[in-house]
Structures are given as C-alpha cells and as structure tokens.
Design a protein around this ligand. Sequence first.
Ligand SMILES: Cc1cc2nc3c(=O)[nH]c(=O)nc-3n(C[C@H](O)[C@H](O)[C@H](O)COP(=O)(O)OP(=O)(O)OC[C@H]3O[C@@H](n4cnc5c(N)ncnc54)[C@H](O)[C@@H]3O)c2cc1C
Length: 372
Amino acid sequence: MHVYDAVVIGAGQAGLSASYHLKRLGIDHVVLDAAERPGGAWQHRWDSLTMADVHGVADLPDAAAPGGSGDRANVVVPAWFGDYETTHALPVERPARVDRVTSQGELLVVHAGSRSWRGRTIVNATGTWDRPFVPYYPGADTFRGEQLHTVDYPGPEHFRGKRVLVVGGGASAVQFLGELAPITDTLWVTRRVPVWNEGGFDGRAAIGRVLDRVREGRPPASVVSVTGLALRPQERLAESLGAYRRRPMFTRIEPDGVRWSEASTGSDAALEAVDVILWATGFRPAVEHLAPLHLRTRYGGIALQSGGSDVQTAVTAAADPRVQLVGYGPSASTIGATRAGRAAALAVRRYLAETVGMAADTVGMAAETATA
Ligand SMILES: Cc1cc2nc3c(=O)[nH]c(=O)nc-3n(C[C@H](O)[C@H](O)[C@H](O)COP(=O)(O)OP(=O)(O)OC[C@H]3O[C@@H](n4cnc5c(N)ncnc54)[C@H](O)[C@@H]3O)c2cc1C
C-alpha cells in the first residue's frame, strides 16, 4: 500500500490551508473528507445566516475570502472552497469518514470503513460540527415539546407562534434570539453571566487563554467563548424587546417546560411553560477517531506542544509528534485555521526531515516565507 508523507483528515478551512502548504512544500499527501461536497461545516449552517451575519471569514492562503453580503453563507463559502480545491488541484477524496487512526510501527493507518490509508504523519482538521453538545438536565426525556440543537436550526419561521427557550451563552444564541424575538415569545438562559464586549476585545489575549488550556491538556474552550459577545444592528430590535434579559440555568425539565428550584430563584420554585428548547450549547472537537492513539491527558483534552511566538501555531500533539491538530483549541476560528494549516505543514516537514532524513531544502524551502 502507498505510504503518504501526510494524511489530512477533513477539508474545511483548516484542512484546505494545510493541504495548500503541504503541496507547496512538495509533501506527498491526501485529504480525506467525510462530506459529499466541498464546504466544511459551512455547508450545514442555517439558511438565514448570510455573509453579513457571520463574524468574518478569514482568507485562505492565496485566496481572498468572499466579503459580507446578503447571500447565504451556506452557499457562498462552499462554492469558494470548491473553487479553491480545483484551482490548487488539492488531492481531496470524498466521501471518506475516518472512523479510526491506529499506529503501526513508524506509520499511522487511517481507516474509513473497509478502506485505509497509510501515512508517516496525519493532520487532523475535523472541526467540531459533527459533535454537537447538549448538557444533561434531569427530565429532558419527559419534555413533550420540541428540542433542537444549533445544528438543527431550521430558520426563524419554524418557531412563529411557539414559546422558545434558547439555552447557551455564545454567539449562536445571541443570533437566534435576534431572529426569533421579533416574531415570537422567547426566554434566554445561560450557565454563566454573559460578558458583553461593546468596546471590542483583545483577540490575542483571548486566544492565549485557550492556548494555556490546551498546553495543559485540558479540553479547549471555544475561542468565541473567550472573546465575549456583541450585539449587531440586526439584534437591536430584539434587545429593545427584552430578549437579552438572561436568566440562570433551570434545575430540571418537565413535560411542559422548565423549572427553577427554590434555591436558584431565592423564592418559590418557578415553572416556565415552553414549546421549544433550542440548545445553542456548542460543540466538542470531533476527534473520537484518534482514540486508539491515546493522545488524551488525564484532564480529557489533547495537549499541544507550544508553537513559538504565534499563539495559533501550536498544532503538534505533545504525546505524538506525528499528529498535528488544526482548527483545534486556539486555532478554532477561520483565521486560526488558516494559520494553523501552514504551521502543520511546516511541522510535518520538520518531522520528516528529522525521522525519514528527507532534506528540508528538497521540499520547497521557499514556501516557508509564504504568507499564511
Ligand atoms: C455556527 C457557527 C458560526 C461560526 N462563525 C464563524 C465566523 O463567522 N468566523 C470565524 O472565524 N469562525 C466562525 N466559527 C468557527 C469556525 O467555523 C470554525 O472555527 C472553522 O470554520 C472551522 O474550520 P475547520 O476546518 O476546523 O472545520 P470544519 O469547517 O468543521 O471542517 C471539518 C471538515 O472535516 C470533516 N470531518 C469531520 N469529521 C471527519 C472524519 N471523521 N473523517 C473525515 N472527515 C471528517 C467534515 O465533514 C468537514 O468537512 C463558527 C462556528 C459555528 C459553529
């Protein structure tokens, strides 16, 4: 069986950036993507999310991102990714959902059902969309209404006339409330008091906090969760309707709604009847297929080696230098994904030079100066 120098898993922003740089460095690789079509997680975003709504999609190497517009993000970004794959002739194979990566001596074997690929290294770029997270609350299975997660959001019209409880303190919850409050009755609960960032935030410091967690091998917090929240012009109407008056988490779920205990309200136990619970409670890294490599620390996360001066270049698994993780932890944003892709390609080249004796200058040293 052919042995690739690198097997990239996932063809979202992080995987495409990695593949671009691997190609420039002359490193023999393949990109395996579970999806039927190009677009990474963007192809699954809800229809009402336009390019003007997104927080900003960063450029890919050598390709400016499509700007803000009223066009649907789930059409524009996938088309841009598709063009990118074609223009740069990136070696993407799909659909190929990797279910397991095992170690065989010096090599890594990447399995997707009955198919497998062998590589000296892997670049894992599987994002988070495939692992939606819903916290456990007692009584959830007794609820007679509808429960949806961000991944299921069907657009605001679906909720007209229904009382909707939005759970979660992230950007998606803020966006959903902005769309729903003008057309229906909403309630908002979050675990922590939301941090509003009217005056901007220090992105580098925020990402640095996520990096500190992954250096220690703790499960990464999302970058968005540490940057704070901001209301955009399209959310001002919802704000004036009181949609962003947040309540603490309820204690349990009942057939017709949710209940706060006496301890949490400071007075009587309170029940709010709701028709829908919309869990905007985020995602976890989609890395279960890496379990056979035993990369997790006792804290449950995958520790990354420190990556020099740029906080988004920490990509190499501390437990196994053959494994790079991009779009994970501090690089889980589009700009982070683009930068980490380059860092991963350089780390792969370093590993190959050290272990296989591949001379660094035979694999496109010039690309080292390429802009990320
Ligand atoms: C609702 C939402 C809105 C966001 N908006 C913004 C924004 O405006 N700006 C911003 O910078 N960031 C935003 N983010 C974060 C941003 O989307 C991500 O950090 C970035 O796009 C992720 O890119 P990625 O390549 O890491 O992952 P993805 O885009 O998720 O790509 C991962 C790819 O890997 C594939 N894959 C997954 N598992 C496997 C497997 N086992 N085998 C093979 N392939 C697999 C998937 O099919 C997918 O194609 C948002 C996130 C969410 C959830």
